[in-house]
Write a protein that binds this ligand. Sequence first.
Ligand code: AMP
Ligand code: ZN
Length: 449
Amino acid sequence: MDIQLYNTLSKTKETFKPLKVGIVSMYHCGPTVYDTPHIGNYRTFVMNDVVRRVFEYNSYQVIQAMNVTDVDDKTIRRSREEGISLNALTRKYEKLFMEGITSLNILTPHHLIRATEHIPSMIELIQTLLDKKIAYTTSDGVYMSIEKVKDYGALAHLKKTDISKERIANDEYDKSNPHDFALWKFTTSDDVDNSWEAPFGKGRPGWHIECSAMAMKVLGETIDIHTGGNDLIFPHHTNEIAQSESATGKTFAHYWMHGAFMNVEEEKMAKSKGNFIKLESLHDQMISPIAYRYWLLTAHYRSPVNFTYAAVQAAQSALIRLMGILANFPENGVAIPFYTERFNAFINDDLDTPKAIALIWDLIKDNRRSDADKRATIADFDRVLGLNLSSIPHLVDEPTPPEIQALAEAREEARKNKEWDKADALRAEIEARGYTVLDSEKGFTVVRH
Ligand code: AMP
Ligand code: ZN
């Protein structure tokens, strides 16, 4: 079945065509590890995870890479404020970031790459751009000349005249250089600890070059899919394209996917507005990360969403209800093709998770289907949704079949008589028939496995 993806480059949904049959390479812009991420950041990381899972559901081999920005202006500034080394600071926040990733059931990318561990690739890329005279050196760093870049701004659909205006508004780094952007910043007196030797002068990389160099190093000069939040279209992804394509002369990424923002009270979640919400705050309100994930999936990734506790609490109630229903369904069913095909069509239509979630509830209400098959079908959907719906303990207390009960009692008798070999043989017999005996001080219990 074809996979349709909305490509920011063409502003249309396109049928996905991989570079190599059956394989998809994807790069996601990762966190800047100077603080714990807010739940808006995690919206984008959940989207990335769903992209991966959709391809796996469609039997693709996925090669997924995500960077960790562990050196830039923000990380350096924060390490000074906290009075600790850059390394100590970034490792601390990377760990917290990964705890959030695990709690949201986001699969760990195959390549999780730290900027500080790929400085040589960045230096090499900058040197290529210097050799090609697309980059130039000033007193404070190496800059990229956007005038020399063909189609600069195409991803953002910006005309050259709009670019300076946009750059001044957006780019934190280069406000004093509105036309060009920094590839490398030479060491300043207060920054000696965080700098690396390079043929063009000691210093540290700019944020944009980190992603270009790491993506190409790990995945190759052309990749299938590149993703991030909407705010990264300009300047970050625009600059990644400029750097990579100027250096290689090849297309950098075929599909550019961008997730819409999560707002709070209709405003962008931003530190300056003081409306930052973290996973911890959800925890304090007794909202589980998985319920947050469920809520995220009820909206399409390209639609902005407005966070309210009430909305996420309502999603949590729905999820708890669903888990309760599934826990009472037997486990021996099979996935229903009529439903898995519809599910596949929804997720392949540019990740239509809201329709996929609605389909769960349609299936629950469908009284022509057995409970066991419903359970198996929803467990199959969960390969993409990642809501732990396939591992809900089965709550129905089934009576133990009399022959198993008899074997268990015989084993108990053997144990009392210290006939250990006989007891072990009986246990093996019980196991072979699909049951396990659990011993406790009060006696034994038999459970199905
Ligand atoms: P950062 O750690 O700031 O580099 O951001 C990590 C990711 O989170 C990027 O892909 C951003 O585009 C994304 N992001 C930041 N704020 C939000 C938000 N409010 N909603 C959705 N994604 C966001
Ligand atoms: Zn990036």
